[in-house]
Write a protein that binds this ligand. Structure first.
Ligand code: 2AM
Ligand code: CA
Length: 263
């Protein structure tokens, strides 16, 4: 467990927003059968979650800046701190009644990630990390998996949706290259949770393109504090600006990166 003032603030905000999301998730199932579907309802749930997170974090840490999925950039008077917030990662899952979604909160200080939290209110799974204090999942210390054989590695990925059809050929080539070398592939649909699964050793590695900074900031920090390695798809450290990510332990990350670069 991390007992710090910062983590208390982050956890309290996530639990408050999470209560609302969980309530709304309970309604989604009933809306599947309506002609209009749950689209507008989910969009409102997403915005409500963001409003709660913004208000709670602004109250507790006045002046910090924000990068928010729904509202964009909010400059703060304190130029050295920025929150990266995804109020509902895994929106498509939420919309379809799949309990794989999360609130993701990352904090950067002077441009360096220093804290991360990913919370799935449907399963009550909470992943947190703070610089120098390790990564934790529901009060257990997290460590990336130790596997050093790609043929034993379970690899997660994210696929571009129908609106990004131009990205499909590259994804399919990468998918083929990775499938040929690893034990199998998984695709959950919530990048923040996928990254925590790398941190907890459930996945040996993960890659995805077309993400945003708020999808990744918390998860990147949590993986690093769990002893893992993270780069963008070109092998650099510009994940948050390039929107691509490749993660794993030192061995798997390097081999996975080689596979997707050669695809
Ligand atoms: P979201 O649910 O917050 O949109 C799925 O592969 C992952 O991609 C999810 O984490 C999803 O986050 C993210 N993603 C980023 N941009 C997206 C977009 N424009 N449409 C759908 N998913 C997106
Ligand atoms: Ca997201």
């Amino acid at each position: 467990m991390i007992r710090s003032a910062l983590m208390n603030v982050m956890t309290a905000a996530a639990l408050k927003a999470g209560r609302g999301l969980k309530r709304d998730f309970g309604e989604v199932e009933n809306l599947q059968v309506s002609i209009k579907g749950p689209g507008d309802f989910v969009s409102a749930a997403d915005k409500k979650s963001e409003k709660t997170l913004f208000e709670e974090l602004s109250k507790a840490r006045p002046g910090y800046g924000f990068v928010l999925e729904e509202s964009g950039i909010v400059e703060g008077s304190d130029k050295s701190h920025v929150w990266y917030i995804d109020p509902l990662d895994g929106t498509t899952n939420f919309l379809h009644g799949l309990p794989i979604f999360a609130i993701s909160i990352g904090l950067a200080r002077e441009g360096q990630l220093v804290a991360g939290l990913v919370y799935n209110p449907a399963t009550d799974d909470m992943f947190v990390a703070e610089k120098g204090q390790g990564a934790w999942g529901n009060s257990h210390r997290l460590r990336v998996a130790a596997r050093r054989n790609m043929a034993d590695a379970l690899i997660g990925c994210g696929a571009p949706h129908i609106g990004k059809i131009k990205e499909h050929p590259r994804f399919q080539a990468e998918f083929a290259a990775v499938t040929a070398k690893v034990v199998n592939i998984r695709r959950l649909g919530a990048a923040a949770i996928d990254l925590c699964y790398v941190a907890s050793g459930r996945y040996d590695g993960f890659w995805e393109r077309g993400l945003q900074s708020w999808d990744m900031a918390a998860g990147v920090h949590i993986i690093r504090e769990a002893g893992g390695y993270v780069t963008d798809a070109d092998g650099g450290t510009d994940m948050l600006t390039k929107g691509s990510i490749c993660a794993g332990n030192e061995f798997v990350q390097q081999h996975l990166l080689d596979l997707i670069r050669s695809a």
